[in-house]
Design a protein around this ligand. Structure first.
Ligand SMILES: Cc1cc2nc3c(=O)[nH]c(=O)nc-3n(C[C@H](O)[C@H](O)[C@H](O)COP(=O)(O)O)c2cc1C
Length: 302
């Protein structure tokens, strides 16, 4: 770790063992093992969906690779409803076997996973966009709830973070993690002021050197603003935010190889693209965000 900026923490980040209470959120296809290790070295929590490894065998190779390079915490995301039952069971078994410190569950009921994870001391955080799902996950025993607000990359919610975070905090007894449109340290400070215990950042880390996104995707994140983001269910049936220019128009072919190629290149990102001005290493991003956070807090405290 080369960063020399003062650490800051919350009860949840101390429990996980992080230098900074920041998460590089899991992103389908583009999060990779290099990001997990770079985040660990930078003192934050890196996360990757298990399905980013095409097979369970490849997922085991990822865990072995990461385990050989760092003793620090990292997280694996299991997308419950989007994964076949056999693959889900195997991925959870592998997480426990390789003592993955944190599991992030999404798109389904985490009850069984929480039971298995807690029997091995694994922390479970669950991703929600509304109170109904948050209450269910709390009843299942998760250790933290990730509130995904309006404007987030991926399957974003519809509730503004100024409302969602204090609302979840009032209604629940578990720590809240803030997700959606956090790309800089000022926004991290705002998330903590709203009661969050971790800042969960996806879109910002698309524009990292280590991320598996193509250079064209990273460049588009850097050059886009929030007006270039569209919230639609046309791509997967679930509302999510995308870079508008990558969505095929009504005249694009919907069948055949040309269509498959076109739809493959639809890129998700959140409104937080506005604050992203360069592609840099994860270590540089963390340094910048932490410095901005400390500046914001110093301004507030005079
Ligand atoms: C390209 C992309 C892919 C994503 N894939 C997943 C995923 O596989 N599983 C998941 O739980 N969340 C996924 N998300 C959501 C992120 O984990 C996180 O909630 C979100 O990026 C936070 O908002 P932000 O992008 O505004 O920082 C994805 C987000 C993006 C941008």
């Amino acid at each position: 770790m080369t960063t020399t900026l003062p650490p800051f923490s919350t009860p949840l980040s101390r429990r996980i063992g992080l230098r900074y209470p920041l998460v590089a959120a899991p992103m389908f296809i583009i999060s990779n093992k290099e990001m997990l290790v770079a985040c660990a070295e930078a003192g934050i929590l890196g996360a990757m969906p298990s399905l980013n490894a095409r097979t369970a065998e490849q997922f085991e190779d990822v865990l072995r690779w990461v385990r050989a390079r760092t003793d620090r915490p990292f997280a694996i995301n299991v997308t419950i409803g989007l994964t076949s039952p056999e693959r889900l069971q195997r991925d959870v078994e592998l997480c426990l076997e390789y003592e993955v410190p944190v599991m992030i569950t999404s798109y389904g009921d985490p009850t069984q996973i929480v039971k298995a994870a807690h029997s091995r001391g694994v922390i479970v955080m669950h991703d929600v966009i509304n109170l109904r799902h948050a209450k269910k996950a709390e009843a299942a025993g998760v250790d933290a709830i990730i509130g995904v607000s309006q404007g987030a990359g991926g399957h974003a919610g519809r509730i503004n973070p100024y409302v969602l975070l204090p609302f979840l905090q009032d209604e629940l007894n578990v720590p809240i993690v803030a997700a959606g449109c956090i790309s800089g340290g000022q926004q991290v400070a705002a998330a903590f002021a709203l009661g969050a215990q971790l800042a969960y950042m996806g879109t910002r880390f698309i524009a990292s050197t280590e991320c598996g996104a193509s250079d064209a995707y990273k460049d588009l994140v850097v050059t886009s603003g929030h007006a270039d983001i569209v919230y639609t269910d046309a791509v997967s049936g679930i509302h999510a935010n995308f870079l508008k220019s990558t969505i095929p128009d009504a005249t694009a072919p919907t069948r055949g190889p040309e269509a498959a190629k076109r739809w493959k290149d639809i890129w998700s990102a959140g409104q937080g693209v506005t604050q992203i001005t360069d592609v840099s290493t994860i270590e540089e991003i963390v340094d910048k965000v932490v410095a901005e956070y400390h500046d914001a807090v110093a301004r507030l405290t005079g």
